[in-house]
Design a protein around this ligand. Structure first.
Ligand code: SAM
Ligand code: SF4
Length: 454
């Protein structure tokens, strides 16, 4: 007897962590015999892996969900799942809002998808949002890319930034063991992956929840130690990491990055605001002077390093003068890239309850002014590449021009050049940069370093 194959579709909102969780959940579904469907309307399981960092991300989920809830009336065997941060934040309330839902599961439960689905197939409506110890998942993720991969090193966050919902929805810090991380990377190396980005909401916190202290009284496991430990994984040619927190960023880490040849010269260190009073109200635990010192030290060790960050405008109480301090920081540092956002009040966070909220008009005006400056500074930073020879790891074809391939420099600048993807995918190519734009480059290939094609 043959039965029709059953299909799944996952839509992912939000950050790299969510994308990594989705790859893991896709791996579980494939392990259970489901096949990927590009079109959600052909799928028997629909999973929304959601984000609640800003209100617009959350509202998008409800509109997608509404459409599939309607479809379930025509196809009662459709399984509807909401995973991720909205699921954690709303819990049972989501079932009241969308009774057609079968499963609501917080991010800590991503590795339990198989068990939870079994409960659904047994006829239950399931909510899994209680805090748990995250177990190692032995299922292989279904990764979207074949050259670069994400590897989680620490889940959760113990900070209490007054605007941020992450600690409420992702729980307390839980570091994976160095051995589990290395084993995952070794497998990636064997599969032909060339670049790994190590992920954590606050990656500098890695290891502080693991047991052990050194004779000098340090935590036995720190993120810097982890970099040394995984650096020689065979096949992996490049290492990146995100996100760094200025409160915990150390000179020891900077020295390690300068010393370890596979660690790329790109640092993502959100500053959020350039004003000390605002930083204090955000409970960030550093001043703009400290942030500047970190960047100066990075540039002392690695003069060409690229710096990117996140910033929020219109945080409650932010005055025009305080916002101008953010502009000044951006002007002075010269970021290669900056993710900017207008402050969005989030449920269960202290700043959402403060009286002194900034109007939408002012927020949007500040956001526009900041973005304008960011583009100017990024274009200035790009100029330094003109005429230079850069090493590019080829990831894919240029979707807008199929005669070209695209990849990234060590400093994370997207770079295009003429070539055939079948010959070049996964290779490190020396490229002479002939054209620069604010956030990307074009060049001519010179030579290809023998890195195994994928
Ligand atoms: N853990 C990282 C850190 O400490 O910078 C970032 C985590 S968060 C997923 C990514 C970015 O979202 C933050 O850096 C911040 O700029 C932005 N963000 C967080 N909460 C926000 C809010 N309520 N409104 C606007 N942007 C927000
Ligand atoms: Fe949110 Fe702050 Fe934790 Fe980053 S460090 S995830 S901004 S609470």
């Amino acid at each position: 007897m043959t039965t029709a194959r059953r299909h799944y579709h996952i839509t992912t909102f939000g950050c790299q962590m969510n994308k990594a969780d989705s790859e893991r959940m896709a791996g579980v579904l494939e392990d259970m015999g489901f096949e990927w469907s590009e079109d959600p309307n052909d799928a028997d399981i629909i999973l929304y892996n959601t984000c609640t960092i800003r209100d617009n991300a959350e509202q998008k989920v409800y509109s997608y969900l509404g459409r599939q809830a309607k479809r379930k009336h025509e196809k009662p065997d459709l399984t509807l799942i909401v995973a991720g941060c909205v699921a954690q934040q709303e819990g049972e309330a989501l079932l009241r809002r969308v009774p057609e839902l079968d499963l609501v599961m917080g991010p800590q439960h991503a590795n339990r998808l198989k068990d939870l689905l079994q409960q659904v197939f047994d006829g239950n409506q399931v909510v899994a949002t209680e805090p748990i110890h995250i177990m190692e998942d032995i299922t292989k993720p279904r990764r979207d890319a074949t050259v670069t991969a994400w590897v989680n090193v620490i889940y959760g966050c113990n900070e209490r930034c007054t605007y941020c919902v992450v600690p409420n929805v992702r729980g307390v810090e839980q570091s994976r063991t160095p051995e589990a991380i290395r084993a995952e990377m070794e497998e990636l190396g064997r599969q032909g992956y060339k670049e790994v980005t190590l992920l954590g909401q606050n990656i500098d916190a890695y290891g502080r929840d693991l047991p052990g202290v050194t004779p000098e009284g340090r935590h036995k496991h720190t993120f810097t130690d982890l970099l040394y430990y995984v650096h020689d994984v065979p096949g992996i040619e490049r290492l990146r990491f995100a996100t760094s927190h200025p409160r915990y960023f150390t000179e020891r880490l900077i020295r390690a990055c300068a010393e370890l040849p596979k660690v790329c010269e790109h640092f993502h260190i959100p500053f959020q605001s350039g004003d000390n009073e605002v930083l204090k109200r955000m409970a960030r635990g550093y001043t703009h002077e400290k942030y500047r010192r970190i960047i100066d030290t990075i540039r002392e060790y690695m003069p060409d390093a690229a710096i990117s960050a996140d910033a929020i405008v219109g945080f409650p109480t932010e005055t025009e003068a305080q916002f101008e301090n953010t502009l000044k920081l951006v002007e002075d540092i010269g970021f290669d890239q900056l993710n900017t956002a207008a402050y969005s009040p989030r449920p269960g966070t202290p700043a959402a309850l403060w009286d002194e909220q900034i109007s939408e008009e002012v927020k949007s005006d500040r956001l526009q002014r900041l973005n304008h400056l960011v583009a100017i500074k990024a274009a200035e930073r790009s100029q330094r590449y003109l005429g230079r020879i850069e090493e590019v790891l080829v990831e894919d074809q240029n979707p807008k021009d199929t005669t070209q391939v695209m990849g990234r420099t060590r400093t994370n600048r997207l770079t295009f050049f003429t070539g055939r993807i079948n010959d070049l995918k996964g290779k490190l190519v020396k490229v002479k940069v002939t054209e620069v734009r604010a956030f990307s480059l074009t060049g001519e290939p010179l030579e290809t370093r023998a890195a195994m094609a994928v």
